[in-house]
Design a protein around this ligand. Structure first.
Ligand code: C2E
Ligand code: SIN
Ligand code: SIN
Ligand code: FE
Ligand code: FE
Length: 402
């Protein structure tokens, strides 16, 4: 039951229907436009599942020698709306024979299982039924595919669960599916690798801006980025925006918001690292971080990428307030770009709930009360309402990036 199918690929591709090839090419070109690793994982898994008619699937990425759980879809349990806070699970598996995913990573070969509850005793790995038990699910067939970039480097493992027959009953994965899926996943692996490097580069830029505490800045920036992505997504879904537009902008805001304080590179350490309260004069200097940062992105024109434009908006306007009392320009209401309104809420939520050099962390109750109080004052009231609809997901993000 553990076979390597890559030899069969060339043969099968000759017999592919043109429509299937066109659909793969279209998906690959759509994937190429995405920056964000989570969106690439989501598209990759969705398309691979469509190709394989699989009910569910998950992706694990190799990080620090472990396989980190990164993405899950399951039509039977979560439906099309996505897995919500399951997406922020912190589970990880060793690269070893102890699990199917671990074995797939160890051997860099596809593992195909026809019945998860009847795995040959002689095989080294066992099926872990805890997900089934927790969720009342029944796993039958499994296809674990290594994600290999540039022909050699292992990025992670994708697991497809329960191939469906015409009557939607679980069946085995066909030989054609086993030949097709790797074509797709090998390309996706290269994109995943690129997007991880991109994100690390942006994160490094963000950390440089706040060298006083690069460790703390790292997680602050990642939390703000994830809060922004989730707040935007709910805002856009409430308005019924098209799915593709939502994905594109979510991708942009998750990257752009990481750089919201990039202008702090221009603030003297004596102010940036001050342990206590700032004097009014010092605070006036501190406020310049919005303008310094915007200068880094000042040659913005109609030809600039959407990512550059939104990054500029966020850096310049993330301290504006809904009622017009913020800085640097005192804009109010919808004159403040949406991305900046979202980042303002995400940034303050994180600043209040975290310890800073100049303040202790606030309790969740005090933080929530403050955000509620500032609805329509500091913050866009529509966004505050969304904030309180997704506190579960926001909490999962805090747990993940501690
Ligand atoms: P930050 O620490 O990332 O805080 C971001 C924003 O969160 C602040 O923007 C403010 O709107 C909100 N915030 C943070 N802590 C508190 C708090 O204790 N109470 C309330 N009500 N809001 C809070 P703001 O005020 O424009 O400050 C911008 C940046 O200036 C801060 O970023 C921080 O780096 C610095 N800063 C502000 N006040 C002080 C201070 O008293 N001492 C020091 N050392 N730095 C300060
Ligand atoms: C910028 O360089 O874009 C910021 C200048 C401003 O609008 O205040
Ligand atoms: C609220 O809606 O104000 C309560 C939010 C919470 O504590 O989770
Ligand atoms: Fe700031
Ligand atoms: Fe901040």
């Amino acid at each position: 039951m553990n076979r390597n199918h890559s030899e069969g690929t060339a043969l099968f591709t000759q017999h592919l229907k043109k429509a299937t090839v066109v659909s793969i090419i279209n998906t690959i070109s759509e994937l190429n436009q995405l920056q964000d690793v989570d969106l690439i994982l989501d598209s990759t898994l969705r398309e691979a599942r469509a190709l394989a008619k699989a009910d569910a699937g998950s992706i694990f990425l190799l990080r620090n020698g472990e396989l980190e759980f990164r993405h899950v879809q399951n039509d039977s349990i979560f439906g099309m709306s996505g897995a919500g806070l399951f997406q922020y699970s912190t589970e990880s598996l060793p690269v070893s024979d102890s699990s199917i995913v671990g074995h797939c990573a160890l051997t860099k070969a596809m593992v195909s299982i026809d019945d998860a509850y009847a795995i040959d005793e002689k095989l080294p790995y066992r099926f872990n039924s805890s997900f089934d038990e927790k969720n009342g699910y029944r796993t039958v067939s499994i296809l674990a595919v290594p994600l290999i970039s540039r022909g050699h480097s292992l990025v992670g493992v994708m697991q497809l669960i329960n191939a469906k027959d015409r009557k939607n009953r679980a069946t085995v994965f066909s030989e054609q599916v086993k030949a097709l899926v790797p074509i797709f996943t090998n390309n996706a692996a290269a994109l995943i690798e690129r997007s991880i490097l991109n994100r690390e580069l942006i994160l490094r830029m963000a950390k440089m801006a706040e060298l006083h505490d690069p460790k703390e800045t790292g997680v602050h920036v990642q939390r703000v980025s994830a809060f922004c992505a989730e707040l935007y997504q709910r805002w856009a879904e409430n308005r019924g925006l098209p799915r593709l537009e939502i994905r594109r902008f979510r991708d942009i805001i998750s990257h752009a918001s990481m750089l919201h304080d990039a202008g702090k590179v221009g603030i003297p350490d004596s102010i940036l690292k001050k342990p206590g309260r700032l004097t009014p004069e010092e605070f006036d200097v501190m406020k310049q971080h919005t303008l310094y940062g915007a200068q880094l992105f000042s040659n913005i024109s109609s030809e600039s990428s959407a990512l550059d434009r939104v990054t500029h908006e966020i850096i310049l306007h993330h301290h504006e307030r809904w009622n017009g009392t913020g800085y640097p320009h005192g804009l109010s209401g919808e004159a403040i770009p949406l991305a900046a309104r979202i980042t303002a809420l995400a940034d303050v939520f994180d600043a209040l709930s975290s310890k800073r050099s100049y303040k202790e962390a606030w309790s969740a109750e005090m933080t929530f009360a403050e955000i509620r109080k500032e609805s329509g004052q500091h913050f866009d009231p529509e966004l505050v309402e969304i904030f309180f609809q997704i506190t579960g997901i926001l909490h999962a993000i805090q747990m993940k990036f501690q």
